[in-house]
Write a new protein. Structure first.
Length: 309
């Protein structure tokens, strides 16, 4: 009985070790890992945009302090002059002023001294307030910048892990079923003749077919999904942020019936984006281990369509 049990365990163990997942099971795992990686990549792209804006804000803030520093220097000079004059002539207070000159002159002198005091105090108060505000904003920006840098590193670490997981899945698929049969290589068909800036964007996209997917890349040798669409429209003279969700916000909403070549097609809650090239086809940078493809718009259910403003 013990021997039979041991044999059963050994046999089932051997079967478990050598049993290969089915092709459909592998495909599901690869697709799920690819989508997860693309989500991380697009989050990484957005974080880079946020970090770039924070750095630009810091530069603007530092530049805005220069006029305030000049105002402080001017106010300080005035205060020093008043202090030096008071030291040489003796402190001029209300009682000293009351004891000299006629009443009209006295009132004028008091009013004049009050104006000088107020003007200088306003300059000092304005500088103090501006400096405090600047210090607070700069500190907040530093905290934000440090946080974003840490998040970028965290995303890069996550991406590296998923890439490793994907490599294992691709190796397993190749070992079990051979190399993928998906079409690769450059486009050899006729590129549609589309007028205007949309035509330039579409022509650019066709010329990228067959180039590899690259995380955070916007060409010229590799692309991620939003990197491809931003590069395509950059070739047409239009600027798009390198992030699928940001591109959704930057484009005008249209219906599927209104689609024209050059419009953008969004998938997976704006986690993936492609450029529509007509005839029910898109060009996109699919996912890890795959090249830029020309394929049907219905690779999955689109969740929105955008036209470049």
């Amino acid at each position: 009985m013990v021997a039979l049990t041991a044999l059963a365990i050994t046999t089932s163990g051997a079967t478990a070790v050598h049993a290969a997942p089915s092709k459909s099971e592998l495909k599901k795992k690869i697709d799920a890992a690819s989508e997860k990686l693309e989500d991380v990549t697009e989050s990484y792209n957005k974080m880079r945009l946020d970090l770039k804006k924070t750095k630009a804000d810091t530069v603007k803030l530092e530049a805005s302090l220069k006029p305030t520093q000049a105002a402080l220097a001017n106010a300080t000079a005035k205060v020093k002059t008043i202090a030096a004059t008071s030291y040489i002539q003796g402190r001029v207070g209300p009682l000293n002023v009351l004891a000299s000159g006629d009443e009209d002159t006295l009132l004028q002198r008091m009013a004049y001294l009050e104006q000088i005091a107020q003007a200088n105090q306003q300059d000092i108060d304005a500088f103090t307030e501006t400096t405090e505000t600047y210090a607070e904003r700069k500190a907040a920006l530093k905290v934000t910048q440090d946080k974003q840098t840490a998040q970028v590193q965290e995303l890069a670490d996550r991406k590296k892990k998923i890439e490793g997981d994907l490599d294992k899945l691709y190796d397993l698929r190749e070992q079990a079923y051979g190399s993928p049969t998906e079409d690769t290589g450059g486009y050899t068909g006729k590129i549609p003749d589309i007028p205007g800036s949309a035509g330039k964007a579409v022509t650019f996209a066709f010329n990228q077919i067959g180039k590899p997917y690259g995380y955070g890349d916007a060409g010229p040798n590799s692309y991620d999904c939003s990197g491809l669409t931003s590069a395509a429209w950059a070739a047409a003279g239009k600027s798009l942020p390198h992030n699928a969700a940001a591109q959704y916000s930057a484009t005008a909403r249209i219906s599927r019936a209104d689609l024209q070549p050059g419009d953008l097609v969004f998938y997976r809650s704006n986690g993936h984006v492609a450029i529509y090239v007509g005839g029910g086809k898109i060009i996109d940078a699919p996912s890890a281990g795959r090249d830029v493809l020309h394929r049907t718009i219905d690779i999955m259910s689109p969740n929105g369509y955008g036209r470049i403003k």
